[in-house]
Structures are given as C-alpha cells and as structure tokens.
Design a protein around this ligand. Sequence first.
Ligand SMILES: C[S@@+](CC[C@H](N)C(=O)[O-])C[C@H]1O[C@@H](n2cnc3c(N)ncnc32)[C@H](O)[C@@H]1O
Length: 240
Amino acid sequence: MLDARKQAERDYPARVDEAGRDWLRSKPFVNSPRETARHLIDFGYVVQLLELHRGVRLCELGCGSGWMTRFAARHGVEAVGYDISPEMIEIAREQAAAEGVAAQFEVGDMEELDLGRTFDACLSYDALHHSSRPDLVIGSAFRALRPDGRLLLAEPNWKHRFQGRLVSSEYGTTELGYSPRRLKQLLRKEGFTDIRRFHNNRKRLFGNRPADVLSHLAEPLVYRALGPFWTQIWLRATAA
Ligand SMILES: C[S@@+](CC[C@H](N)C(=O)[O-])C[C@H]1O[C@@H](n2cnc3c(N)ncnc32)[C@H](O)[C@@H]1O
C-alpha cells in the first residue's frame, strides 16, 4: 500500500479543478506569455544539454502530463515518460494520441524504478523535489542509464521548501527543495561523475538601450552569485 504522500501525488490531477486539468493538458501552452516562454526555453536547454537528436533513447522521471517527453518524441527521440499518477499518465497518453506523437508513457514510482532496459539519457524536470528520498530517485536514474549515459536534473532551489507549503497543505503533495551541494553529493554517491551545474538565465532578449546592454552584461555574474541559494538548479551528470 502506498504511503499518504505518494497517494496525494497520485490523486493530484483528480483534486485540481477543471481549469487546472485543462492546464495539465495544454501545458506548456495557453498560459501567460512569460510562463509559456519559460517552459519552451527550458525545453530548448534540455535538448542542448542532453544532446537530444533522432534515435536517442530518453526516459523522463516524474513526467506529469508528459509535455517534455512528447516534445522530445517530436524531435525524433525514442522517449518514454514515467509518473506515479495514473491520471497524469492517462492525460499524457491522450495528448500523445491527439498529437500523433510516438511517445510512450508508463505508471511508475521514480523512487524504485528498475526498468529492465537502459536509456542514453534521463531527465527529471521539476519532479525530484516531490520526493523525500532524492537518493532513491537518483539511484533509479543511474540504473536506467547505459554506461556514459547522461542525467539532467532541473529543479527549484531549496527555498521551494518554504514556497511550496501552501500547495503541500492543500493537496498533501511533497514540496521540498534541495541545495545544489546536496544534489551533487547524492549524484556522486550513486555513481555519477562529470557533474556540472548550469545557470539558467533563460536568455532574455536585450535591446540597444544602455540599461538593457548593461543588465545583459551583468546577468551571468548575478546568476552565478545567487546560484547557491536563489536560482533554479540545472545539474548534468554522467553514469560512470
Ligand atoms: C511538478 S510536477 C512536474 C511534472 C512534469 N515534469 C512537468 O514539467 O509538467 C511533478 C510530477 O512528479 C510526479 N511524481 C511525484 N512523486 C513521484 C514518484 N515517486 N514517482 C514518479 N513520479 C512522481 C507527480 O505525479 C507530478 O506529475
């Protein structure tokens, strides 16, 4: 039997209202321009950092409604998404069928996945902080990868522990957040090497005004300085 926090993760799509379910179906579209742009830019970074191209085998852990997995499949990737929530997987499959996309989706607990097959790349986007056992999730990712396969984690920072409290108290879902340091330690412990952090400033376009140019020049330094405690965490690691 599942514990209460995992049951809450499974039940989440049934507990949000119809507008919430519509958003799950249409994600990353039909949101504010800023949010949609944020997600689309993030997908671009996933393609780049995992070097996704036609024929690469990708698994996504905690895929939700599967929008990233479906996008990857459109890019020619052999993509499989796993999520603990059967309703999320149902939405993901329905959307894939409606879009004519060959992505696959399976219900699975990312803390204990043993897939019996391996992938070239593994993604966990905005999902790891839904587990209180990130070590187990990272272990699942390691088992899912071929030697030299790559894992990409994209996560809110540790302050999400505080920002996520409202959602957590309303839905019972797990809303944690880990520091880059802790995640790097866990990656090393589970056997990953070549661990690199990337600072995602979402490449804002800049104009010719001096203030725009100045902020463009200062941005990498600002992101680097705030990295340990403020900005999103993007970590890429290789399964040794
Ligand atoms: C914030 S959502 C992000 C979903 C997706 N990556 C996206 O960007 O839309 C977190 C997802 O993690 C899933 N999840 C939570 N615990 C899980 C577990 N133990 N195993 C697999 N998926 C899990 C939830 O069901 C939810 O779909």
